[in-house]
Design a protein around this ligand. Structure first.
Ligand SMILES: [Fe+2]
Length: 397
């Protein structure tokens, strides 16, 4: 009997320990940065009410003064029913250094129509390490350095090794240009595939600009992917300005015809690409695109090199628009081998660089050219390409 009581007590103690196990499980990482805002994403082991405190990184202690709390809200209501948290920081100043701290308070009970009750608060450490720093995108300037990663296909260890020599303090952002996973089956898989590695390497302070690949349209959890890289427009495609440099992210959809047996009746990408192209036509007419000193397009599937349906449809739809838009460079992936296509080749009026699946592309944009370095393991630069910008920055309309 005594033995049984001891076992029962042990079991209760273990259950209590599990019940108390409320913690931050992944992140934080930054995405969708602009000149005046950024989204901070992280997860907790249990549903929580979460917020971010942010302060100018001006050398003073994070606790020099009290900070406002920034919550994730939907139509005015703070979210407290989930473990994935995405808080948009708004109203920041361009090109400014900030630091931030994340907080989550466990929701211990929330009976139907009843009041929510809260448990303990967990937060990122600001005592044994500095609060997470970041810098907002600048308002002006023709210089922009960024890294593009693509086709990692869940090889987190390879990605960590590939990127270990990068000084991310020199980098404005890291663009993921598709196929970071081979399919999307769960949130945990996304973290294991590459998000944990990205957060450890750079993404708590250097933002991710996320672009989807054709493989990320697959898997039972694919429809939730957007939640892990939220954007202001709710779409995978979008337009960014880093100073005077414009970055256009285009979503490729799938590579085979929508009726392909591999898509199990779920693909509707012809209609999607047509809808996206209507957005693209407006985007290239926008002030942020037209007035840019350099215009770089990211698209996972190369539109001019392949003969699969996805390539062909992208070529038919997007290229006539982009050819008239004054694009300076397009960056692609998908093929798992590197190739460079000068302006004028295969009907494209701008150069296209296709990165392989073992390298990253480092892009340095200035007022006169875009330099692209394809960098492989051990920081070895495989090749460098320079693309002159054919118009002065002053031709801003
Ligand atoms: Fe791929």
């Amino acid at each position: 009997m005594k033995k049984l009581l001891f076992s029962l007590a042990g079991l209760l103690f273990s259950l209590a320990a599990v019940a108390q196990d409320f913690k931050i499980t992944h992140g934080p990482y930054l995405c969708d940065m602009t000149r005046d805002g950024v989204t901070v994403v992280w997860t907790t082991s249990k549903p929580a009410l979460s917020w971010v405190e942010v302060a100018p990184d001006d050398g003073r202690s994070f606790y020099a003064q009290e900070h406002a709390r920034h919550y994730q809200t939907v139509a005015g209501r703070r979210l407290a029913d989930r473990t994935l948290h995405a808080v948009r920081l708004k109203g920041l100043k361009p090109g400014t250094d900030y630091c931030y701290r994340i907080f989550s308070q466990e929701v211990t009970a929330w009976p139907q129509r009843g009041k929510a009750t809260y448990g303990s608060v967990v937060a990122s450490d600001v005592f044994r390490r500095k609060p997470y720093p970041f810098r907002t995108f600048p308002d002006s300037g023709a210089d922009c350095s960024f890294i593009m990663l693509n086709d990692i296909h869940g090889r987190a260890d390879y990605m960590k090794d590939l990127c270990k020599k990068i000084d991310f303090s020199e980098i404005g952002f890291v663009a993921f240009n598709g196929d970071m996973s081979s399919s999307v089956e769960s949130g945990e898989q996304l973290f294991a595939d590459y998000i944990d590695a990205a957060a450890a390497l750079f993404a708590s302070g250097t933002p991710i600009l996320y672009n989807r690949g054709n493989h990320e349209t697959r898997g039972v959890y694919s429809d939730r992917l957007r939640d892990y890289f939220p954007t202001r427009n709710g779409e995978f495609y979008g337009i960014y300005r880093y100073g005077d440099v414009c970055i256009l992210m285009l979503d490729c959809g799938e590579d085979k015809p929508d009726s392909d047996v591999e898509y199990y009746g779920l693909a509707d990408y012809d209609a999607y690409r047509i809808e996206e192209c209507e957005w693209l036509k407006k985007a290239v007419q926008s002030e942020e695109f037209r007035s840019a000193s350099a215009r770089v397009v990211l698209l996972h599937v190369p539109p001019t090199t392949g003969t699969w349906h996805g390539n062909v449809h992208l070529n038919e739809l997007f290229m006539p628009v982009l050819n008239e838009a004054g694009v300076d460079l397009m960056l692609c992936g998908h093929e798992h081998r590197c190739s460079v296509h000068p302006a004028g080749e295969r009907g494209a009026r701008f150069p296209i660089v296709i990165n392989d699946n073992k390298s990253y592309a480092r892009c340095d944009v200035s007022d006169s050219l875009i330099r692209v370095q394809i960098v492989g393991p051990k920081g070895k630069v495989a090749h460098t390409h320079e693309f002159p910008l054919n118009r002065p920055a002053a031709d801003s309309e």
